[in-house]
Design a protein around this ligand. Structure first.
Ligand SMILES: [Zn+2]
Ligand SMILES: [Zn+2]
Length: 377
């Protein structure tokens, strides 16, 4: 019986590789040989501090792409040797949340998540295979294909803000893929929900993906704010018109005098309660503050009542993704509307996962691409 490695959090703070037999796919399932898995802040947090919905002890890694090794009975869309990309969760379409179209709040999402992509192989469950596994276009590098999951989360945020008004529903079986592949004949301003100016706070992976989406949607004024020069340089490369070094709220006056405050939309991507509280002060009257960077479960934040009441600033959150967001993320990646390669700081063998996390904790790098194959040379 052949064996495989899989990164496993035994308890908070303890990450090891365990050896397991390579699983066999059951009906509707796919066994995928991992080509590339990306580091993600969620994995790092789960390992160091635990996570509200992800299990510890448990396997880690969820942003990945690979090659089909074996298919279960009844799988007709994929064959061994196919390069594939996927999102690790998919809704049940039967619970109360799903009945309301709130697929990102499906009761079963995290009970049935396909974690464990820091590994040689991963078994993708039937409901994920049916909804969120796609053929990887040949021209798309594996590490960019692995960005589909975080990109889908970003698109969920933009959809909440009013962008992508044409994308509803969301099952690739029900024809969404075809609809999403249709030419974008909507007015570009409508496609971006009328958002002309956007201020993105934070230049880590999430902030940078927001910059890339704003650019793909043609926003005429994209401003990124952050502390790290390397992140700001990347923001410029990904399409930010302005990249301002500093921390919110200290930098707010500088943004105001440069004419970069009063944005239609402010997107908070730091997960810092002080930045959450300050974000509404940087939108225009009637604007929206999207609080994207998650805080710990018990956090409470106080906001300026004047901004919310008299100035009609809308506060919004965004969580995870729906099938429509996954389909749109796949389309944007496949069509090459965004050049996201710059987000990948470097390629490392899978066995260096812990070292990659340590680099990220020191503020070095955005995302690392881990490759099982690189260990075999
Ligand atoms: Zn992630
Ligand atoms: Zn459900």
């Amino acid at each position: 019986m052949s064996m495989m490695r899989q990164a496993y959090v035994e308890r908070i703070g303890s990450l090891t590789f365990r050896e397991l037999p390579v699983p066999r796919p059951g009906p509707g399932e796919l066994l995928v040989r991992i080509h590339t898995t990306l580091t993600c802040g969620t994995d790092l947090k789960t390992f160091r501090r635990g996570h509200a919905v992800l299990a510890v002890p448990g396997p880690l890694g969820h942003e990945a792409a690979g090659v089909v090794e074996a298919v279960g009975d009844g799988v007709t869309d994929f064959s061994p040797g196919d390069a594939v990309m996927w999102a690790p969760t998919a809704p049940c379409r039967q619970c109360g949340a799903c009945a309301r179209g709130l697929y990102n709040h499906c009761d079963t999402l995290f009970r049935r998540i396909a974690m464990g992509a820091y590994a040689d192989y991963i078994l993708l469950p039937k409901h994920v295979v049916a909804q969120h596994v796609f053929h990887k276009p040949e021209h798309l590098p594996f590490e960019e294909a692995a960005l589909m999951e975080p990109l889908a989360c970003i698109l969920r945020g933009w959809r909440r803000l009013g962008a992508f008004p044409d994308g509803h529903g969301g099952s690739k079986r029900a024809g969404d893929e075809a609809r999403s592949d249709a030419p974008m004949n909507v007015d570009p301003a409508a496609r971006r929900g009328g958002i002309d100016s956007v201020l993105i706070i934070g230049v880590g992976a999430i902030g940078l993906l927001h910059v890339a989406v704003a650019r793909a949607l043609g926003c005429p004024q994209i401003t990124a704010v952050g502390g790290r020069e390397s992140g700001l340089a990347l923001a410029r490369r990904l399409g930010a018109h302005h990249a301002v070094q500093g921390h919110v709220p200290a930098v707010a006056d500088r943004l105001r005098s440069a004419g970069l405050a009063e944005a239609d939309v402010v997107i908070e991507c730091t997960g810092n309660p002080q930045v959450w509280a300050a974000a509404p002060a940087l939108t225009r009257v009637g604007g929206k503050a999207m609080l994207f960077g998650g805080l710990t479960g018990g956090a409470e934040v106080a906001f300026s009542a004047r901004r919310i009441h008299y100035d009609e600033v809308t506060l919004m959150g965004s969580f995870h993704y729906t099938p429509a967001d996954v389909v749109e993320a796949r389309r944007l990646l496949a069509e090459g509307e965004m050049k996201l390669g710059g987000l990948i700081t470097g390629v490392r063998p899978l066995s260096e996962l812990l070292e990659a996390f340590e680099d990220l904790e020191r503020g070095e790098g955005v995302k690392f691409a881990l490759r099982p194959e690189a260990d075999e040379t």
